[in-house]
Ligand binder design. Structure first.
Ligand code: AMP
Length: 445
């Protein structure tokens, strides 16, 4: 985590977390809470519903896991054996399998050595039998919505004991068409006493989802998209055509400072083609996209984590949740569909205290999308050139010293359908918070 985003004097000791959890935090090397943690941990521990805007890479996962794991620990401090029923107390919903796996891995690390506290994952693409076994006796279940409802409908899991529901990356949930599934899950755990919802933005559609999933939710609004990536150097290269883009890509991948890279493609087919071309040219590259069987996705992500794959060529869906500290470069070969995806993509680098490099390749016809990204991030993408690979065709708006959004109409980005994120850090305490998130078992939803 970058030092620039760590709040001073936000030591984990000040949160009144149980000592086995503090020990695990220390073992992970976290010395201070990040801003999102400094705000969300005490708020969630005080109880009630919270709506949090935070960026990927900000430490948001531990921000919700720590108070919830703490609560589970307090409910069973001596680690008495738990009944082997599939009825979790904490349910975390993630939009993608990769994110669900990452959240599960973080939860396991933070709950290490705590007896009687079990964590399980439910997600599509994996055998049913094993998952059904794993959720028995698990206090915290991390799930993708579709498979969770499958298991609920076959009575393999009960949701009537859920005390806290977390909806992670709610914006992405809506992008992926999970609105109805969320509604169905909400109905099935109405008795819960707490809902925590995380999203990159508080766009109107997120607020409308929040109004159905949460009650009197307090808001915690952190840095806007542009501020969150101070440790990532962002550049833009104009390309004349596809062949030029490929030449630029190979040049960029030959950077001796490159440790591991994620190259983003616009489509599944494009991701496979790029990976094939790179492999044919001697690079250790593999593709990752949502149409691949889950077992293949897992193997490829694992190879990336272990450093066996240097270059992962991915689509947006598959890239969520990738948290590999050695990723030094993110290269946007194809532009994202929506400006906020740009922020998520570049957040794959510059993780765990390191610096990162994010390079975008764009053709002249992409200039509207580039402007929309600049408006969203409120940052200018500086155009750079490589000697011998200069573009013949440069859009005139992207001159040096160009101001963010200059030359572009104010208002909604054309292809985004999204409002700009707020630029202020705001913290609106909720009225009448309750004491202890799990204590009130009365229905409030
Ligand atoms: P997230 O935003 O939850 O995906 O977290 C981004 C990265 O920051 C992960 O690699 C976490 O392990 C790491 N991280 C989370 N909290 C802290 C902290 N307080 N100090 C240092 N690193 C952290």
């Amino acid at each position: 985590m970058s030092n620039s985003v760590v709040v001073h004097n936000s030591s984990f000791e000040s949160f009144n977390l149980a000592s086995p959890i503090l020990k695990n935090i220390e073992a992970l090397g976290y010395t201070q809470a990040t801003p999102v943690q400094a705000q969300v941990i005490p708020a969630a521990m005080a109880g009630g519903d919270w709506l949090v805007s935070s960026q990927t890479g900000s430490g948001k996962t531990a921000a919700f896991l720590l108070p919830l794991l703490n609560q589970l620990f307090i409910a069973n401090p001596h680690g008495s054996p738990v009944p082997g029923r599939a009825q979790p107390k904490v349910l975390v919903l993630c939009p993608t399998r990769e994110l669900a796996q990452q959240v599960t891995a973080d939860a396991i690390n933070l709950a290490r050595g705590i007896k009687g506290l079990r964590i399980a994952t439910i997600m599509g693409g994996m055998p049913y039998g094993k998952q059904i076994q794993a959720i028995k006796g698990a206090g915290l279940v991390v799930a993708t919505p579709g498979r969770l409802l499958d298991l609920f409908n076959t009575r393999a899991i009960r949701l009537d004991q859920v005390e806290c529901l977390v909806v992670d990356e709610a914006d992405r949930m809506l992008d992926l068409g999970f609105a109805e599934d969320l509604e169905a899950i909400d109905e099935r755990c109405k008795q819960r006493s707490q809902t925590l919802m995380f999203s990159a933005t508080f766009a109107p559609r997120i607020m409308s989802l929040a109004s159905s999933l949460t009650k009197d939710a307090g808001r915690i609004e952190l840095a806007h998209a542009g501020e969150a990536h101070a440790n990532i150097s962002q550049k833009l290269h104009w390309a004349d055509n596809m062949a030029h883009k490929h030449r630029l890509l190979e040049h960029l991948l030959s950077d001796p400072d490159l440790d591991q890279a994620v190259v983003f493609a616009s489509t599944q087919i494009e991701s496979e083609k790029i990976a094939d071309t790179l492999r044919a040219n001697g690079y250790q590259a593999s593709a990752l996209h949502g149409a691949m069987p889950q077992a293949v996705r897992n193997r490829r992500l694992d190879a990336l984590r272990k450093g066996q794959t240097r270059i992962l060529v991915a689509t947006d869906v598959a890239a969520r949740g990738i948290d590999v500290p050695r990723i030094s470069h993110v290269i946007n070969f194809g532009l994202p569909m929506k400006p906020e995806d740009y922020t998520h993509r570049i957040g794959r680098t510059g993780r765990a205290g390191r610096n990162g490099i994010a390079i975008t390749l764009a053709e002249h016809r992409d200039r509207v999308k580039i402007k929309a990204i600049e408006r969203f991030t409120q940052q200018t993408m500086t155009a750079a050139e490589i000697v011998g690979l200069e573009p013949q065709n440069k859009p005139s708006f992207n001159k040096p010293n160009h101001r963010p959004g200059a030359g572009a109409k104010r208002g909604k980005p054309k292809f985004a359908g999204q409002a700009r994120p707020g630029s202020n850090t705001r913290f609106s305490p909720r009225s009448g918070s309750r004491s202890g998130s799990f204590q009130n078992a009365n229905s409030k939803h």
